[in-house]
Ligand binder design. Structure first.
Ligand SMILES: Nc1ncnc2c1ncn2[C@@H]1O[C@H](COP(=O)(O)OP(=O)(O)OP(=O)(O)O)[C@@H](O)[C@H]1O
Ligand SMILES: [Mg+2]
Length: 215
């Protein structure tokens, strides 16, 4: 992960301080919320004796399925007639458990169920990624801004810029020959300024930019 050490340490401290039960990384699409959440989970897994899971909510359409999806991330497959909230409470209880809720923005009306779950499971810690916070009392909103763009178009400044490094890595996934030199650096700077978000860049836009900087 490039250029997020300060944010990583800040959120780690927040989670470890237990001042909050839910940290929501908020920001626009592609800014790096999921990437940071997964890095946090990797760092924090040992604190929870390895009990760290990811509930992928992007494909979930019904807010009532948020708690069952959390349950599935914990290994609950056969819910049957059981109340999903009760089933998760029984499973987690007061054990230490970290769950990443990835992409919650379209399911914000599940906030009361998430709040109940946290109230019933004292050992549960949640890290959510979302374009907007859930707005529950236990939550700490952590807005994530874009990575730093190059201070100038010269090749050293571009090479040192986290935003350009991520952009170049993404560009190389499409065109492995992309490299940074005095001719391509200004285009790279401009690309990053035009888009804060490499993943949201359409493939054709990325390819056209790459075509401009590939020699
Ligand atoms: N700091 C970083 N270092 C390296 N790669 C990064 C970094 N931040 C983001 N990326 C890469 O940029 C892309 C977009 O990041 P990510 O998926 O985390 O964004 P997001 O904010 O979760 O977007 P969305 O709102 O669409 O879910 C991913 O390919 C990710 O790996
Ligand atoms: Mg994401």
């Amino acid at each position: 992960m490039v250029g997020r050490q300060a944010q990583l340490e800040e959120v780690l401290e927040l989670v470890r301080s237990r001042r909050t039960r839910l940290v929501t990384l908020t920001g626009p699409g592609g800014v790096g919320k999921t990437r940071l959440a997964l890095a946090l989970a990797a760092e924090l897994a040992a604190d929870f004796d390895g009990a760290a899971t990811v509930a992928e909510l992007a494909p979930v359409r019904d807010p009532m399925l948020v708690v069952p999806t959390i349950g599935r991330s914990l290994g609950l497959t056969q819910l049957g007639q059981a109340d999903p909230l009760e089933a998760v409470v029984r499973l987690v209880s007061d054990h230490g458990q970290l769950v990443v809720l990835d992409n919650v923005e379209h399911l914000l009306s599940a906030a009361p169920e998430v709040a109940s779950l946290l109230a019933r499971c004292p050992g549960l810690m949640l890290i959510a990624t979302s374009r907007a916070p859930l707005r529950i009392a236990a939550e700490q909103d952590y807005p994530l801004g874009p990575l730093a763009v190059p201070a100038s178009p010269d090749v050293t400044a571009v090479a040192a810029s986290p935003a350009a490094q991520v952009f170049l890595a993404r560009a190389r996934a499409v065109a492995p020959r992309v490299r940074l030199d005095p001719d391509t650096a200004p285009a790279n700077t401009e690309s990053r300024r035009n888009s804060r978000c490499s993943s949201r860049v359409s493939r054709s836009w990325l390819q056209s930019r790459v075509a401009a900087i590939v020699r």
